[in-house]
Design a binder for this molecule. Structure first.
Ligand code: SIN
Length: 279
């Protein structure tokens, strides 16, 4: 199988790169998969345009990089239960995941990556912002790094602002687990298992307090970190087009889908890939 020629164009100095020259429906050679994985590790999130992926092909593409895992709260497609529709209907006001977060950080083993494929989009709006948690960590002072080094944070699926963003989907197609609260303590600074780099690993959607502290005691420092980690220079913004794919490393990035397209439907298909326990 020949290796594909691809162009990798960074979207910002910190995070994000658009890759052209590949049809993700094709069988990918080991060399191509390796280059894509390297691009993911280098840029945190990679994007592709105009990909004609049905759910089966999306699963095949995801399978080159890892094992697809279940999303705990919302049912997947009937024939492809590991492909979850990320939907906002025209008459709805909340968008799924509409807060800065890394995916399902409340699980013991949060996914290592997420792949999202655009199916139906509003005429304008609904962009997704991404932030680089390596850059956010590296920009902290040595004093702050030393303070954070031993800390763990509790990540909860029941944090109200994030829980609210899944309400419509849980009402429509929730699983039994929809009623359950899922929680996990994770290090505030994690070491990426593939790159060895340190990344800030708290997020406004799920991190509710530090270990052995109350939410009130934790709030001043958490709020500082939440504001710090999304500084504009750590981010890029992706404008979706039909068939576009975003593939992000969930261990060192966060994302924020904008909710600025009321009155229009937005539908994407999502697969998350098995990760490990953050260390
Ligand atoms: C998500 O958080 O997985 C959804 C992102 C998006 O809708 O752009």
């Amino acid at each position: 199988m020949p290796e594909r020629d691809m162009d990798i164009t960074p979207l910002s100095p910190s995070i994000g790169a658009e890759i052209s020259g590949l049809d993700l429906c094709d069988e990918l050679s080991p060399g191509t998969v390796l280059r894509l994985r390297e691009a993911l590790l280098t840029h945190g999130v990679i994007f592709f345009r105009d990909q004609d992926l049905d759910p089966g092909r999306l699963m095949t593409f995801a399978g080159y990089f890892g094992e697809a895992v279940e999303y705990p709260f919302v049912k997947g497609l009937a024939d492809f239960p590991l492909v979850v529709p990320i939907l906002k209907r025209a008459e709805e006001t909340m968008n799924f995941g509409g807060i800065w977060h890394s995916d399902t950080a409340y699980l013991r083993e949060p996914p290592m990556a997420t792949i999202l494929h655009a199916k139906e989009l509003p005429p304008i709006g609904g962009d997704t912002l991404f932030a680089d948690m390596y850059a956010a960590y590296e920009a902290l002072s040595d004093g702050m790094k030393a303070l954070l080094a031993p800390l763990k944070a509790l990540n909860s699926s029941a944090a109200p602002a994030a829980a609210q963003t899944r309400k419509d989907r849980i009402e429509e197609s929730g699983k039994d687990a929809g009623a359950l609260k899922t929680e996990a303590f994770h290090p505030v600074v994690r070491t990426h298992p593939e790159t060895g780099r340190k990344a800030l690993y708290v997020n406004p959607g799920h991190s509710v307090r530090f270990d052995a502290m109350t939410p009130g005691e934790s709030a001043p420092l958490l709020d500082y970190l939440f504001a710090h980690q999304i500084r504009a220079e750590f981010t890029c913004r992706f404008k979706w087009s039909p068939g576009a794919v975003a593939f992000w490393d969930n261990r060192c990035t966060q994302h924020y889908p904008l909710n600025d397209y009321h009155g229009h439907k937005r539908l994407l298909h999502r697969i998350t890939l098995k990760g490990d326990v953050p260390r």
